[in-house]
Design a protein around this ligand. Structure first.
Ligand code: TRP
Ligand code: SF4
Length: 404
């Protein structure tokens, strides 16, 4: 696949460890929904990743897999635009994981921020396992097997994408240099014809000597536009541009989701572990109950006491859901004791319900007809496998494993 096509491929995954909540919706899913119109998107259920931490209670995973896909569909991920699949249904991920583990220095994985921390902090699970250490290498395999250019993730996952880039670079460096790479690359340039060859060399020089990124991109387009270049030559020409060997596994980029943290019912970040969530498909009366029982400014004991929205978790939710006018109404009414907390919460409940309404509607057909979900996933798995298989063929051949 060409570098340019790779830039258009997006891959991301989520671990099936419970029902999704509005934090997932605002933090990740809204972004996926937006990206699916612009990119070739593949979203997957990272069930093996869930197993690295939940190996003692795999029932949670089994339950969550299908519910999570329904949550995605409910949020507006459109199976016509994006493909949805399950990691364990594409066993090539495991093969690439194994191959990458051969070349990944131990110090790289031990140094992943959060690793040692997670192992020592996790009291109820033993995470000092081989599988958990390999977590980010498996994630690298997930990404690299699709030669994805872009990986939409939250800030916590950026170190994993960085590691993926380093592993890809190392892989290309070790296995992308077949003997005589340079001569073969030079031959490939000649095959471009005099005019294009001259242009290739000029752009390459401008990039190598002056670091001109624009020239690199122009040269990539030049290669992309060639009709009569073999796949091997194409990879050589791309790799040679940057001075290295063949680019077998292109380096991905993190597409950072703008880090507005979704507040939970208690003002902390919304998270299952804080028990402060509203589920994506929470029943309407339960949404009402949860918001009505939210704690407010603790100093506002009586209805006649003025309050301070800046220390109130309810106001934080207004920041996410309400327009300026409503927020001004809250501020004025709260600080003057003109409105009560029940009045303040009412428009918020309405906004959340309105947001969830289309999600509940979209989910209904899938809840009623689970086969529909299975069909969507089966199609996604098939697409994923065909890409993954092709990459593995290149990988095996680069590693000299294609003897038969
Ligand atoms: N580690 C990610 C998380 O916890 C999930 C994940 C697994 C992932 N493989 C991935 C995300 C590949 C992006 C790309 O959220
Ligand atoms: Fe919080 Fe609203 Fe009550 Fe003020 S009126 S304390 S912002 S819930």
């Amino acid at each position: 696949m060409s570098q340019i096509e790779a830039q258009k491929r997006v891959l991301s995954g989520m671990r099936p460890t419970g029902r999704l909540h509005l934090g997932h919706y605002h933090g990740v899913l809204k972004n996926w929904v937006r990206l699916q119109h612009e990119y070739d998107c593949h979203f997957f259920v990272a069930d093996w990743h869930a197993l690295t931490t939940h190996y003692e209670d795999p029932e949670v995973i089994e339950e969550s897999v299908w519910q999570m896909v329904i949550d995605w569909l409910a949020a507006g991920v459109n199976p016509g635009s994006a493909s949805l699949f399950i990691q364990s249904r594409v066993p090539e991920h495991a093969e690439l994981h194994l191959m990458l583990s051969m070349i990944t220095p131990l110090s790289w994985v031990e140094r992943v921020p959060s690793y040692k921390d997670m192992v020592s902090r996790s009291k109820d699970r033993d995470l000092a396992t081989y599988g958990f250490l390999g977590y980010p290498v498996l994630q690298s395999a997930d990404i690299l097997i699709y030669q994805a250019g872009n990986v939409p993730v939250g800030a916590d996952q950026v170190p994993h994408v960085e590691l993926t880039r380093e592993i890809a670079r190392r892989f290309n460096h070790i296995f992308g240099r077949d003997t005589g790479f340079e001569e073969m690359a030079e031959k490939a340039i000649k095959k471009l014809g005099r005019k294009n060859a001259k242009m290739y060399r000029e752009l390459q020089r401008d990039y190598m000597e002056r670091g001109n990124q624009e020239s690199l991109e122009k040269a990539q387009v030049l290669i992309y536009d060639q009709q009569n270049v073999s796949l091997g030559d194409r990879d050589r020409l791309y790799g040679y541009l940057e001075g290295g060997g063949k680019v077998i596994l292109p380096e991905p980029q993190a597409l950072l989701t703008t880090a507005s943290v979704m507040p939970g019912l208690d003002g902390q970040k919304m998270s299952k572990s804080y028990n402060n969530t509203i589920l994506l498909r929470e029943a309407p009366d339960s949404v009402g109950k949860k918001i009505k029982t939210m704690t407010t400014d603790p100093a506002r004991v009586r209805r006649t006491d003025p309050g301070n929205p800046d220390v109130c978790p309810v106001f934080q939710l207004h920041e996410v859901y309400s327009d300026d006018e409503t927020k001004a109404w809250v501020r004025e009414g709260c600080t003057s004791a003109g409105i009560g907390c029940i009045d303040c919460k009412k428009p918020l409940i309405d906004k959340v319900l309105v947001e969830q309404q289309p999600m509940r509607e979209r989910a209904r057909q899938y809840e009623e007809n689970p086969d529909l979900v299975k069909t969507i996933v089966a199609e996604g798995c098939e697409k994923a496998r065909s890409i993954a298989k092709a990459t593995m063929e290149e990988v095996r051949s680069a590693m000299g494993l294609d003897y038969r």
